[in-house]
Ligand binder design. Structure first.
Ligand code: RP5
Length: 161
């Protein structure tokens, strides 16, 4: 695993990767050292706890955790670290991600998870929020975020129908 990752992107299953690759792409676009891992709150509980418990000491600053269904991954991560944890609910086959959303967002007071939207918008926004958190102490990143927003606005304003 890279020694210098500032952000880790975790997901409960490789089946989440098609969506979570969008978080990976945003972090790459902003030049953020990061790593992506499949780890499950239920299928690999011990390894998940160990990985998250060691993240702060090796310099990680933000954790993104995506899961679907009984989506406990972000909450379990938050239980094992004081780093900011951003949860991304995956769309599920049975309940379209409402199960994932509620499982991720309804944390007990004292162990926060910042929960994003279900699916691709959540994946992209989790990465953008991670960049914004890092940017509070990094002026170069702050400028990149301003530029990103300006480009996004310009693109919308250029739309023709
Ligand atoms: C969750 O269960 C994963 O995050 C995934 O969204 C969902 C289904 O996983 P698979 O059965 O496709 O591995 O743990």
């Amino acid at each position: 695993m890279p020694a210098n990752s500032l952000v880790v992107v975790m997901m409960g299953s490789k089946s989440d990767w098609d969506v979570m690759r969008q978080a990976d792409e945003v972090l790459t676009k902003f030049g953020i050292p990061h790593e992506c891992r499949v780890l499950s709150a239920h299928r690999t509980p011990k390894e998940t706890a160990e990985y998250v418990s060691g993240a702060e000491a090796r310099g990680v600053e933000v954790i993104i955790a995506a899961a679907g269904g009984a989506a406990h991954l972000a909450g379990v991560c938050a239980a094992h670290t004081i780093l900011p944890v951003l949860g991304v609910p995956m769309e599920s086959a049975s309940l379209k991600g409402l199960d994932s959303l509620l499982s991720t967002v309804q944390m007990p007071a004292g162990i926060p998870v910042g929960t994003l939207a279900i699916g691709p918008a959540g994946a992209r926004n989790a990465a953008l929020l991670a960049v914004a958190i890092l940017a509070t102490s990094r002026p170069d990143l702050r400028k990149k975020l301003h530029d990103f927003r300006a480009e996004q606005s310009a693109k919308v304003l250029k739309e023709t129908l």
